[in-house]
Design a binder for this molecule. Structure first.
Ligand code: SF4
Length: 319
């Protein structure tokens, strides 16, 4: 059955003021990244327990994925959240087919610790399975301090598997973070999560992605994050310049017009040729990040695989 049809029939579980949660029958839990060794993706397999994300980041690159369900990449992405119907046996049997040497990314499209996780606990249920396993290569990405809840399991997993976590922090300015990532936890709370994970012996890094020209890209802004990350016990830091696909453009450009009108025209021009910025600017940012990494000792690359944005045709979600 096409995904749009399955989504339309999904049972309503709960409706908050604006947000509706629905259960989605899971055809697959673990998606294979196409392209094998030639792929630019840092993972071989992806897991995303939820579709849509209540954190509502203006720049979220996963917005286009709601279009597969005939829903809008704008408000629907933030307010129509789909949780996969959990089946431990199905998950375990899919995991058994993933070779141990291959890397698995949990939260490659949407945040596995978004508010829905408090209620459904699907991420935790998956971690319970990983905690019984060994020899896995698992990487988790989040913007949420809810990950602290699972520190017991993460500790167990790290003991017998190669576990890395990255926490995304795009700015230490709480006001700017609120504007860019309206419902995500404050930056200081995310750093608290880094502290807790690092103290538990979990290998943790910081992603400063996306780096937004003229907004969070100054040396001072990035250096402030790096300093706080280093104090919290992070081992690595990386970042990519904003990747702007059409579905996200429709949300991000009106936001810019409202909040940073002086930048709107420049963004429109810069991203008129494609989703990636090319040329001098990304090179400048790469050098800046490297310099900051070195000055704060955030160099342990395996603490956070360098993520590249996954192309939309890649199966970010196992349907
Ligand atoms: S936390 Fe991640 S998945 Fe959620 S809206 Fe923000 S960028 Fe998108």
């Amino acid at each position: 059955m096409p995904l749009a049809e399955i989504a339309a029939k999904a049972r309503l579980i709960e409706a908050k003021t604006l947000v509706e949660y629905r259960e989605l029958p899971a055809k697959r839990w673990i998606g294979r990244i196409a392209g094998g060794e030639s792929s630019r993706a840092p993972f071989d397999w992806t897991i995303n327990p939820y579709r849509g994300c209540e954190y509502a980041c203006r720049y979220c690159y996963a917005r286009y994925t709601h279009e597969f369900m005939d829903l809008s990449p704008g408000d629907d992405f933030d307010q129509q959240i789909f949780a996969k119907q959990w089946s431990r046996s199905a998950f375990v049997s899919e995991l058994a087919r993933v070779p141990r040497r291959e890397a698995i990314g949990l939260g490659t499209a949407t945040d596995p610790y978004q508010p829905a996780e408090r209620r459904y606990g699907i991420t935790r249920k998956m971690l319970e399975v990983f905690a019984q396993d060994s020899g896995r290569r698992l990487h988790i990405g989040t913007k949420s301090d809810l990950i602290r809840r699972d520190v017991d399991l993460l500790e167990q997993i790290a003991h017998r598997n190669q576990l890395t976590v990255h926490v995304t922090v795009t700015t230490m300015d709480a006001g700017l973070a609120r504007a860019l990532e309206p419902k995500a936890p404050r930056p200081d709370l995310r750093l608290d999560a880094v502290r807790v994970l690092a103290a538990a012996g979990v290998s943790v890094g910081i992603s400063v992605s996306p780096i937004l020209p003229g907004i969070n890209d100054s040396y001072h802004s990035l250096d402030t994050i790096a300093r706080a990350a280093s104090i919290a016990g992070a081992q690595h830091l990386w970042g990519n310049v904003l990747f702007l696909k059409p579905a996200t453009k429709g949300v991000f450009l009106p936001f810019l017009q409202e909040r940073f009108p002086q930048l709107a025209r420049a963004y429109q021009q810069a991203y008129s040729q494609g989703a990636f910025l090319r040329g001098e600017y990304p090179d400048l940012i790469a050098r800046r990040i490297e310099q900051i990494r070195i000055s704060h000792g955030l160099l342990r690359r395996e603490a956070s695989p360098e993520a590249v944005y996954l192309e939309p045709q890649m199966p970010l979600f196992a349907a």
